[in-house]
Write a protein of this length. Sequence first.
Length: 189
Amino acid sequence: MLFAPSQSFPMDAEIATLTRNLCRCDESAWRDFHDRYYGFLLGRVAARGIAESEAPECVQRIYLRVLRHPKPFRTRADFEAWLSCLARCEVIDTARSVQRRSWLREKFAHWSASRAASATTAVEDHGLLGEALKILDGDERALVTRHYVGGWSQEELAREHGVTVKAIESRLARLRGRLRNHLENPETC
């Protein structure tokens, strides 16, 4: 079997000593625990559907659970039942985490796509603001649109244009002034 333990399982008296020493964070007890139960835990997570490539990481998270919630046990059966329960909980948490990440990734992709699609047309569809933007040349309009609609930071714009952040800040201030002037006095422009 792929996940067979490297040593035989300890007897009940050994379990009592092992689990007490695990509670004390004894390094030799942890080595012994790893030697005896790593294969056992790999088998448990694999049986619950964790991919072979992800199983060692899942076992490491089970180790963290054992470390955070150490308990002394008297019998091997009780200890292995507890470890099996920890493995089951970790597999469930891993599956939930994957689902959350997938859901968040999907929502972010949808949000990014809708924002990018609407960023270019949203400003032009807003009547007076769209008209005011027409007084700007293409580069100026792109700068204003990227910053205020697309959400680009001044640092990102400065990197793209090869200038300082202060230069972008000043340029945006001048462009805002021109737009404000046009919106307040459209007949004079």
